[in-house]
Structure formats: C-alpha cells, structure tokens
Design a protein around this ligand. Structure first.
Ligand SMILES: Cc1cc2nc3c(=O)[nH]c(=O)nc-3n(C[C@H](O)[C@H](O)[C@H](O)COP(=O)(O)OP(=O)(O)OC[C@H]3O[C@@H](n4cnc5c(N)ncnc54)[C@H](O)[C@@H]3O)c2cc1C
Length: 348
C-alpha cells in the first residue's frame, strides 16, 4: 500500500464504513483506506459536549448494535424515564402528565455518548482514515478503479461506497450506473436528514427533583420530543430532543426563545438557568442532506435489492444504513450493511 493506493477503498467514515474497515482488519486484511469528506469521523453519529446530536437510542432487538458494543467493549445503559412525563397534544387542552410503565424497559444509550462506539471502532484503523477528502469520481480502468477526490487521485482494486444513496448520486461513475439504480438512489430518503436536535446542559437535574422524567412529547409546540440526557455516571446533566421543523426558517434567536419558553412552561423556570444551549439542523449539513428537505417521520422501506449487486464492472459495492434490508436507516442497519459489504468484497 502506497499513500494513495490500496487494495480496497471505503468511501465514508460513518458507522457503516468504519464497521467494514473493522471487519476487514479482523479478517487479516489491512490493505485499505477510508476516505471521508468531513473533518471528523462518525457521519450521522456526533456527540458534542456529552450530547448526542445524531443517533442515540437502540432497543433489545437491535442485535447488531448489541453484539458490536459487546465485542468492542463499550457499555450501554437505559434511557432515564422515571417520574412523570408530559404529553402536549393540543393548544386548547392542558398538558397530560403520565408515568412510564416500569415493567417496559426503556431504550438503550451508549456510555460516553454514541461517539464512544465510533472512537473504539476506528481505533485500530486510525492510520488508514483520511478525513477532509471528498470523493468526486469513481472510474474503472484496466488496472482497477481510479477514485478522484478533491485531494487528488486514489487507486484501488475495489471500492465500497457507504455514503447515503441520495448523496452518492453526486459522484460521477464511469462506466455509468444503470438508470434504475440511479433512480432508486435519488428516491432513497436519507433517514433523519431533516431532523433538528437541541441539547441543553444544566448544573443540576432540576426536573428529577420535581419528580419529572424530563420526557416531553409534543404534537404541538416548539419541541416535539425531549428526554433526560444525563450521562451514565449521573454527574453531567442535560436535556436533549427534537425541534419542531416549523421553526427551521425563523431566526436562530427566535427559535431559541420559543424553545426555552415552551420547555419553561412544562418543566419550570429552571430551564432558563442552563450552562450551554446547542442546536444541530442536519438538513443544513451537505454531507448528510441534499437541497430538497423531505420531512419523513416513519422509517421508509429501505434495503432495495439493487444495492446487493456490484457495479462499475464488478468493482463497486454500495453499503450504508439506507441499503440495509435489516433495520434500514438505523445504526443496526448501518452495522449490518458494513459487515455484509466487507465479507462480500473479500469473497469476490
Ligand atoms: C438526528 C439523528 C438522529 C438519529 N437517531 C438515531 C437513533 O436514535 N437510533 C438509530 O439507530 N439511528 C439513529 N439515526 C440514524 C443513524 O445515525 C444512522 O443509521 C447511521 O449513523 C448511518 O451510518 P452510515 O455509515 O450508514 O451513514 P453516515 O453516518 O451518513 O456516513 C456516511 C459518511 O460519508 C461521508 N461522505 C458523504 N459524502 C462523501 C463523499 N463524497 N466523499 C467522502 N465521504 C463522504 C459523510 O461525511 C459521512 O461521514 C439518527 C440520525 C440522525 C441524523
């Protein structure tokens, strides 16, 4: 392997790409590179200031996440939900307060934030990951594949593209991809690319003192979902949730005012006594989102069978959460597709 040449190139250092890299390494294959356009790894997994602004939760049935965390030895813990939760379902009626059923286990979170899984997964392959490198073209030639990036040319025998299918249509392929595949890629919504998250940290978990869980579900209002987001050791306290997309186009200042007013109404004036306040609108992030924002709240059917084939004369394979027939769009799907892609490319 020279600096810009490797047997395999993985495009994208999100959960799927890093899983493929991890599996290749585990199988004894170390001749690969991972090219990532952002200046960080993780893709739609982003923990900042102890707050998960991207993926957070998984459930008992997400076996691929559970197995991976066990293997790389990263702890999980239950989402805090003790106490009264708030349901805001109408502008006319008062909010409804309810207790969660203690016999139903809550979702899991990752100790240290979801990024802890990414850091651990990438650890052994850190020298093979090139950030700030955007792939622009993938061209077949007699000797393999030429991968043109904004940092120059890379060469490989085979390439795994793990970036969301709709974003991957920005890459020029030669020979070109079949029209049906391009159409499918264009129509594949990037899960959660429309989400706006808010994370607020506090000195004290004042909601717990009031016997509130910190959960607020709102069909109306500035915040559609909010949860306690304190850390596993319960010594750093936060609330995190999803912002009503109706507030996307108001000014930053107004959005913040309306969010804090809304939370103050249901959790108390202590909300205003925060340490930090941050938002992340994924629709504005060009490495996840495209120009047309589609607000989709139910996971669409992912894992089109066309993503199982090799393209560009058998040298390019697509992977990533949206290509997965297993829990497509979710972390579980990203891991599943990453494992399958690594195995398929080794077997080809
Ligand atoms: C707000 C939000 C909340 C979520 N909540 C949950 C949750 O609670 N539970 C759950 O299971 N899932 C959740 N998800 C989904 C989860 O984040 C994804 O399933 C998973 O992270 C996808 O991983 P991936 O590797 O397939 O894709 P990505 O993470 O999108 O990785 C693709 C990578 O490719 C890079 N890239 C893009 N274009 C190029 C290019 N031209 N050249 C090189 N690199 C490029 C990107 O920068 C990115 O790093 C959430 C997502 C978001 C955004």
């Amino acid at each position: 392997m020279t600096n810009n040449t490797a047997k395999y190139i993985i495009v994208g250092a999100g959960l799927s790409g890093l899983t493929s890299a991890y599996v290749l390494n585990k199988q004894g294959e170390t001749d690969f590179l991972v090219l990532e356009s952002r200046n960080r790894i993780g893709g739609r997994i982003l923990t900042d200031n102890n707050i998960d602004f991207g993926a957070t939760w998984f459930q008992n049935h997400h076996q691929n996440v559970i197995d991976l965390l066990d293997e790389i030895v990263v702890d999980k813990f239950h989402q805090f939900n003790k106490g009264k939760s708030v349901l805001v379902y109408s502008t006319m009626a008062p909010a409804h307060y309810f207790e969660n059923d203690p016999s139903t286990p809550s979702a899991f979170r990752i100790a240290g934030g979801t990024t802890a899984m990414i850091q651990e997964l990438a650890k052994t392959n850190a020298d093979k990951i090139k950030t700030k490198t955007t792939v622009l073209e993938v061209n077949d030639n007699d000797n393999g594949v030429s991968v043109i990036t904004d940092k120059g040319e890379f060469k490989a025998e085979k390439v795994i593209i793990t970036i969301p299918p709709r974003i991957a249509t920005r890459i020029s392929f030669s020979p070109g991809l079949p029209e049906m595949l391009t159409k499918t890629m264009e129509n594949t919504h990037t899960w959660m690319s429309n989400a706006i998250k808010v994370g607020i940290t506090f000195k004290n978990p004042f909601w717990k003192d009031k016997k509130l869980s910190g959960t607020l579900i709102g069909q109306v209002g500035a915040v559609t979902e909010l949860y306690d987001h304190s850390n596993i050791n319960e010594d750093r306290f936060a609330l995190m949730g999803f912002v009503n997309e109706g507030l996307r186009d108001v000014s930053e200042k107004e959005r913040k005012t309306r969010i804090l007013e809304h939370l103050q109404k249901f959790l108390g004036a202590e909300v205003l006594d925060y340490i930090t306040y941050q938002e992340k609108d994924w629709s504005q992030d060009k490495n996840t989102s495209c120009d047309t924002i589609k607000s989709i709240y139910m996971s669409p059917r992912y894992g089109d069978s066309k993503f199982k084939e090799f393209y560009v004369n058998g040298k390019v394979l697509f992977s990533g959460a949206e290509t997965s027939p297993v829990y497509g769009g979710y972390m579980d799907g990203a891991i599943y597709s990453g494992v399958v892609a690594a195995k398929n490319i080794l077997e080809k």
